[in-house]
Design a binder for this molecule. Structure first.
Ligand SMILES: [Zn+2]
Length: 207
């Protein structure tokens, strides 16, 4: 088996095609196999297990994609499903995201909210928009990523006082189940379902 392919993750949509969470490919294939979900192809057609394997094992398709997207077993090779749709369980889409350091980085897209540039994790701070010394609390609505120079510039002032404008209004993400590794690029096939959810999405493992 291709270890890479089995370690990748599959986006799970509920019956209404809204993202619910992500699971590893092995579990996704298990769900398709037992009929509790169908795989979604890049053609936006849904497939049961056999249909999927038969359709997406065509050598002309296999030859075109990255090796890490291919599942190979003894008997056959087929594309790892990147998106599946649950057959029954409707899935919740509005669970609150856990307030965590990692989720703040993901919500703010590793981007300083004051100078709008992306930075490596180590060069970013979590800024209290209204400083704690001024009564600001530690909440989704009062924190934003800030690079070190912006953090120093802002100091113990509000953004208005420092004449610094936030990139986005910081809000609490509503959807908490999407899992994603730090720095992992989202597959294109997910973007259709995720872009519009960006502010409602948290990309963490739920514990
Ligand atoms: Zn900055």
């Amino acid at each position: 088996m291709s270890i890479d392919a089995l370690q990748s993750r599959t986006l799970v949509l509920n019956k209404g095609w809204q993202p619910v969470n992500t699971i590893n490919v092995k579990d996704a294939i298990g769900k398709i196999y037992c009929g509790s979900a169908r795989a979604l192809g890049s053609d936006f057609v849904t497939y049961g297990f056999e249909e999927w394997v038969n359709t997406w094992s065509d050598l002309s398709i296999i030859a075109k994609v990255d090796q890490h997207k291919i599942i190979s077993c003894k008997k056959f090779e087929f594309l790892a499903p990147e998106v599946i749709i649950l057959a029954e369980y409707s899935g919740q889409t509005s669970r609150d995201a856990k307030f965590s350091r990692r989720n703040i980085f993901i919500r703010d897209n590793y981007t300083c909210q004051y100078c709008y540039k992306r930075f490596p994790v180590k060069q970013l701070n979590i800024d209290h928009i209204i400083p704690r010394s001024r009564g600001g609390n530690t909440s989704w609505e009062n924190v934003a990523l800030s690079c070190l120079p912006c953090n120093t510039k802002k100091a113990a002032r509000t953004p208005e006082e420092a004449n610094m404008k936030l990139l986005k209004k910081p809000i609490k993400p509503k959807w908490s189940a999407l899992q994603c590794q730090l720095g992992q690029k989202l597959p294109n096939s997910w973007k259709t379902f995720i872009d519009s959810f960006y502010w409602n999405v948290s990309l963490i493992d739920e514990e």
